[in-house]
Design a protein around this ligand. Structure first.
Ligand SMILES: NC(=O)c1ccc[n+]([C@@H]2O[C@H](COP(=O)([O-])OP(=O)(O)OC[C@H]3O[C@@H](n4cnc5c(N)ncnc54)[C@H](OP(=O)(O)O)[C@@H]3O)[C@@H](O)[C@H]2O)c1
Length: 325
């Protein structure tokens, strides 16, 4: 028997004792050590049908653990592995349990210089931030191009995005609703400037004073529209979230008059090669003291409480779940 958080349709999430027969089919069975709490996990814990595709579900879009059984030639018993997305915690059982059975397709070995708990601290949020940083680079925005804006700055995606952009030499402006409480934290992560998110929250003009060479946006809605309207000629904006909303009340003006590129970051379906590239960069470049400073740890019961907190935009950085505690 092992403990798992289980969400049944229309019922509050709860911790249950289940056995291996409860798990779904999959090539690799894992003794999970750590998971984490992402915005999407908050939605799944609340039984949100936009995220949860099948009930009952074990939530948890991240897991890090040790292979207990494997039908995959890529993994052997005892290997330390990590998985972000690939449908776990949404359409397949996820990481908020002491045991998981998953497909091998998106599973990767734990990078050598990362502990299991730090890999969970990075998790989907950090992985997404890294995909976004790689997109900015791939589309030609170098540190010399100018300032890069990060919205939702004190959240999980935002925090790692700031740290990784700063580590790669970019001048980062952090946009937050918590400038007073979290300004010092954001500067420690590497933000050169911290600004109030209120200036992006309401609908604005289709073109505004150009300020940003690039942007990583986890907020969406009017915020993303205003960011696009303020992006320099040839700039690149990466949309990776919808903390304000999933709408985009914008116009064609930033594209046809400033040649702005709007692209996306998707952690769930990212191909294996991108997963390996992003994790190799995170494992070698992310300052581990900074990572520790943005991380808090809780247990399975604490994950239940963290759900509403992250949906309220009140979590700073990353929350690791020590599932065996
Ligand atoms: N594309 C992908 O694959 C992918 C992967 C991971 C996450 N996401 C999405 O990215 C977003 C961030 O995820 P996360 O895990 O980093 O969540 P998070 O830790 O809750 O961070 C979100 C941040 O957005 C800001 N925010 C919250 N409500 C807002 C509002 N109404 N208006 C403006 N800003 C608001 C807050 O930052 P401040 O307090 O600093 O303002 C909050 O900390 C979510 O929408 C999530 O679903 C997407």
């Amino acid at each position: 028997m092992f403990r798992a958080i289980v969400v049944d349709e229309g019922k509050p999430a709860e911790i249950r004792e289940v056995d291996d027969d409860f798990l779904q089919p999959g090539e690799v069975t894992i003794d999970v050590e750590y998971s984490s709490v992402n915005f999407k996990d908050g939605l799944a814990l609340a039984g949100n049908r936009g995220v949860v595709r099948t009930f009952p579900i074990i939530p948890g879009i991240d897991l890090v653990g040790t292979v207990a059984a494997s039908d995959s030639a890529r993994f052997a018993v005892g290997d330390l592995v990590l998985l972000n997305g690939d449908g776990i915690g949404e359409s397949r059982f996820g990481g908020l349990a002491e045991r998981a059975r998953v497909r091998a397709d998106a599973l990767i070995p734990l990078p050598e210089n990362l502990s299991a708990s730090r890999a969970a601290a990075i998790g989907t949020a950090g992985f997404t931030a890294m995909i976004a940083v790689l997109a900015i680079e791939r589309l030609g925005i170098l540190p010399t191009a100018g300032d890069v804006l990060v919205t939702g700055a004190a959240g999980g995606v935002g925090s790692v995005a700031i740290a990784m952009l700063a580590a790669r030499g970019y001048s980062v402006t952090a946009s937050t609703g918590r400038a007073e409480a979290e300004g010092d934290y954001l500067r420690r992560l590497g933000a050169a400037d911290v600004i109030d998110r209120a200036q992006f929250s309401d609908p604005g003009k289709p073109l505004q004073k150009a300020r940003w060479a690039g942007a990583i946006d986890s907020v969406g809605s009017a915020t993303l529209a205003n960011v696009l309207a303020q992006t320099n000629y040839g700039g690149v904006v990466v949309s990776c979230g919808l903390a304000q909303g999933g709408d985009l009340p914008s116009s064609v003006m930033p594209f046809i008059l400033r040649a702005v590129t709007l692209t996306g970051a998707n952690s769930v379906d990212a191909p294996l090669a991108l997963r390996e590239q992003a994790w190799a960069a995170l494992a070698t470049e992310l300052d581990l003291d900074l990572l520790d400073s943005m991380t808090s740890t809780t247990d399975l019961a604490g994950a239940l409480d963290a759900g509403p907190t992250i949906l309220g935009g009140q979590i700073r950085g990353r929350t690791v779940v020590d599932v065996r505690r």
